[in-house]
Design a binder for this molecule. Structure first.
Ligand code: GRF
Length: 222
């Protein structure tokens, strides 16, 4: 099967982007990263793309003005860039911009996100502190298809980590991030190999040969 082309959308430091770049540098990974787009000028993740020799660009959303018109104009430019790059799959990796329904529809089944909680718990922002405040004992991360509502799309894979006594948001975020960096490439692999796909009824179907451990990284099933 030909390698698929990923586009990765970022806004910041880009450690999840790095995990995808590192995976793509391995010969047996079924994708290459064809484009990295940041909506924020100077995002450190752009440097990571440069170091990996991957085409990268900034599409500064602020240049398109506010309101619905500005959002649509921003997405039109983004859509063109993704099409020019021949993107098969679009990965949001710390992309801090809400996408419109029409963009989400256009990429339905090919647009995925990583979120640092075990969805559907703790959608939105500031999740690490909110998990500590809530006293949860198990946290984790989720890779999911993007749907119109934020952090709500069909789940592809998850990994869990403990919340330990004395954790602050930073310590918990660091523990989850280690799993994020394993989970995102694993889920991208499943999609690129067409061993996982979004079905019309909004659930995710896995090929019969997909081991439970492919999408449930930690704890591994036994
Ligand atoms: C990650 O925690 C990711 O789950 C969330 O935003 C953060 C991005 O980090 N969506 P990075 O830019 O990939 O380092």
């Amino acid at each position: 099967m030909a390698r698929k082309t990923l586009a990765v959308l970022i806004s910041g430091r880009g450690t999840n982007l790095q995990s995808l770049l590192d995976a793509a540098a391995q010969g047996d990974f079924p994708c290459t990263v064809g484009l990295v787009v940041s909506n924020r000028p100077g995002a450190p993740g752009l440097e990571r793309a440069a170091r990996a020799g991957v085409p990268h660009m900034t599409i500064d959303h602020r240049a398109f003005g506010k309101g619905e018109e500005g959002r649509a104009a921003f997405e039109a430019v983004l859509t063109e860039a993704l099409a020019d790059a021949g993107a098969d799959l679009v990965c949001l990796a710390g992309f801090m911009r809400i996408l419109t329904n029409s963009f989400v529809k256009r990429w339905e089944g090919r647009l995925i996100n990583i979120h640092p909680s075990l969805l559907p718990a703790f959608r939105g922002l500031n999740v690490h502190q909110r998990m500590i405040d809530a006293g949860v004992k198990i946290a984790g991360c989720t890779v999911h298809f993007v749907s119109a509502e934020m952090d709500s799309g069909p789940i592809i894979g998850q990994a869990a980590v403990p919340v330990l006594p004395g954790d602050d948001a930073e310590a918990l975020a660091a523990r989850i991030l280690i799993e994020e960096h394993r989970l995102y490439p694993a889920c991208v692999r499943l999609l690129a190999e067409e061993r996982a796909r979004l079905q019309a009824n909004g659930t995710v179907a896995f090929a019969p040969d997909v081991a439970a451990g492919a999408a449930l990284l930690n704890p591994a099933p036994h």
